[in-house]
Write a protein that binds this ligand. Structure first.
Ligand code: NAP
Length: 485
């Protein structure tokens, strides 16, 4: 007996597109992709703040199945990445499966499959449900007293409003993660004054992030696909250094950390400013910030660094603990995300009505990033413990999608009706991960969005080879399957 599984994928960002193309190429056609945004791209659709770019080289920040040789820059701007993702959707004909403006509010396992409901009441039935809902998805707005009384314009970077006038204005930016650093660098030349409110200094590694990619390179790589492929392979292998330095203490880690320290020393000569910009934790512990322009922007005459804690936002600006008030026209919140929500606050209910909120009461938890006990025929792509700090996300998403394909094929071939990971396998995986996270740099005593409320590190502690091995073939001992009736 052979039957086509119906599959709903939630999310049309990098994870969702990687999944849809992988499934389609494996012959699955009964797909529905539900995307709450008005276009595809995930973070690259939602984020439009000035200075948005990707600090991963673009020749690497792409799907293996959709090489793009002709990026404009070594680190492409956000709009170009979003356009690339749109082009991939067009090129692979994903539009036929795609439902935009479809925010999933509820997904329940019915005993045989899934019933998915969108905010506007539309419903879908599916044999399998795949959550590709992303990590940096729900903007975090800190509960600063008086924020709602501010008389100027205020925007979270992840919900930037193009009508915000920045030229010649007095701009305040709260937050100095990768986003805050990009936005300060971009706005400083335009602003009358720019004030960067920094609660915890970050290491900012000097990398020439504004380098253009010579057109000739794009033309050469377009004409020689084999060479382009080899370049991608070399870069992918080279990127292994990230997982290496992050997960294992070694001279290589110390060398990279020394470079981060040197970046600050070399670029900020003013000892007092440098002292205020010096973190009290190891480089790489938080998501490493990379910039070729931030320190220069901060040294400009119209830029000011404020490290006194924020007491309140007033109608006219920001008041800090030292009693000073900074008058502002525009307040930018580069304050990050609720990074551990994943598909929540969706009402996700698995076998016997168990809810994800209950199952994850002590923090997000999955088996090998993709399967959750109690949730049959359900997979996550870039789910808990995904390697957001160390391994290329496109690689991880494609690998996970191929793993899911193996289960879908068994359904199609009439071998199984349902598959659900066991509690034992999930516990054992999570115990191993917790032990392996011990020597990682993320665990060296800083506060970062990698940490869950329970204090665990929500990252992947292994290298790419280990990830590939773990997701190459399902291990039946780790799953309950119900044979096809
Ligand atoms: P983030 O790294 O979580 O940084 C949030 C910032 O807001 C921190 O500096 C935090 O300070 C500050 N903050 C939060 N609440 C505050 C408060 N009440 N008062 C003062 N400061 C407050 O967020 P993000 O910069 O948006 O970056 C998130 C992730 O997105 C990055 O780590 C990266 O993975 C990704 N990203 C990537 C790129 C790229 O180029 N690939 C670009 C942008 C973002 P504390 O440190 O004191 O908490």
């Amino acid at each position: 007996m052979s039957r086509e599984p119906t599959i709903v994928i939630i999310g049309a960002g990098i994870a969702g597109i990687a999944t849809a193309v992988t499934l389609q190429r494996a012959g699955f056609r009964e797909l529905t992709i539900l995307e709450k945004g008005a276009d595809v791209g995930g973070v690259w659709h939602w984020n439009r703040y000035p200075g948005l770019a990707c600090d991963v080289p673009s020749q690497l920040y792409q799907f293996s199945f959709a090489p793009k040789p002709d990026w404009s820059s070594v680190f492409a701007p956000g709009a170009e990445i979003q356009q690339y993702l749109r082009d991939v959707v067009d090129r692979f004909g994903l539009d036929r499966y795609l439902r935009l403006n479809a925010e999933v509010v509820s997904a329940e396992f019915t005993g045989a499959g899934w019933c998915v409901v969108a905010a506007d009441g539309r419903r879908w039935e599916a044999d399998f449900l795949i959550a590709a809902t992303g990590v940096l998805h729900h903007p975090y707005t800190p509960p600063i007293p008086g924020l709602d009384t501010f008389g100027g314009q205020v925007a979270h970077t992840a919900r930037w409003d193009d009508r915000i006038e920045v030229r010649g204005r007095r701009i305040g930016v709260i937050g100095n993660g990768s986003t805050g650093v990009q936005v300060v660098s971009a706005l400083q030349p335009e602003a009358a004054e720019i004030t960067h409110f920094v609660r915890t200094p970050q290491w900012v590694m000097s990398v020439p992030t504004t380098l253009r990619q010579p057109e000739l390179i794009g033309r050469l790589l377009s004409a020689r696909p084999g060479l382009n492929r080899r370049l991608y392979d070399v870069l992918l292998r080279g990127s292994g250094i990230l997982a290496d330095v992050a997960t294992r203490p070694s001279w290589r880690r110390r060398l990279v950390q020394a470079y981060a320290r040197w970046s600050l020393r070399f670029q900020v000569r003013d000892a007092q400013l440098r002292r205020r910009l010096t973190p009290d934790y190891q480089p790489l512990c938080k998501r490493q910030v990379i910039s070729g322009s931030y320190y220069r922007a901060l040294r400009a005459d119209n830029a000011r660094l404020v490290t006194s804690p924020i007491d309140a936002v007033t109608t006219g600006g920001v008041r800090t603990a030292d009693g000073a008030e900074t008058a502002l026209d525009v307040l930018v919140l580069a304050t990050g995300f609720h990074a551990h929500n994943y598909m929540r606050p969706m009402n996700l209910r698995g076998r016997d009505g168990v809810s994800i909120d209950d199952v994850w009461a002590k923090g997000p938890r999955a088996y090998r990033m993709t399967a959750i006990p109690g949730f049959p025929n359900f997979f996550t792509v870039l789910g808990p413990n995904s390697p957001t700090g160390s391994i290329l996300l496109q690689y991880s998403a494609e690998l996970t999608a191929r793993y899911i394909v193996k289960w879908l094929k068994r359904f199609r071939d009439g071998n199984i009706d349902t598959v659900e990971v066991t509690e034992e396998a999930t516990t054992s995986f999570n115990d191993d991960v917790a032990a392996a996270l011990g020597p990682t740099v993320w665990n060296t005593g800083c506060d970062s969005w990698y940490l869950t409320d329970e204090g665990t590190v929500d990252l992947w502690p292994y290298d790419r080879k280990t990830m590939t091995a773990m997701l190459s073939e399902p291990d039946d001992r780790d799953f309950h399957v119900t044979p096809a009736r």
